[in-house]
Design a protein. Sequence first.
Length: 216
Amino acid sequence: MSTHLQSKPNPFSTRFVRPGAIIYQRHDARSLDEWVDEFFDRYHGQASIIGPHGSGKSTLIASLKTCFAERAEVFAYRLSSTDRNFTSIWSDRRRWQQKSLVIVDGYEQLSVWSQWRLKVSVRYSKASFLITAHQAFRGIPVLWKTAIDEGLALKLRDSLLASHPEFLSSEELEDAWRDVRKAFPTDMRETWMSMYDWAEVQKQKRLASHDNSRAV
């Protein structure tokens, strides 16, 4: 049992909660295909997804990629505060064409000059353009504003814990969840990181309890 507890993966590990591992869930239950149709038909292939840090923007992009690929050649770039490298985007620009979709996740990480160069390059290639950012940008209509739906967040938490009954049955789970959501009400990324730490503490407690029971 001790070895099993040590080897069992933490349900909140990055591999389980990273964009792509989790499918974005929209509270109005519209399908991903409907979203793609809206992007191309209503917004003519030019739009943004905005929302606070950790609210699901990257998860939504990852969920939409496969659907987008059925209608366009997708060029997706993800930027962060620790990776603002514009080189890969700029080196690809000659490959963009009318049937391409350029996705930039983390658009605000680019300098104003780089944003301008990017928009000019996309316009010149006649490609479609989708960005994510914390705020709206002039000239780029908003396709969707991400926000945390507490009901869905709780449902997702329990699905991650489905194979970990020892955590679901923990008397400390709801208290820990309440404290974490109070600390990070708009940020699921920080929520999962904090719950990862909580699960690690729970695992160590169970290991210690098991070892103590064997020693008696």
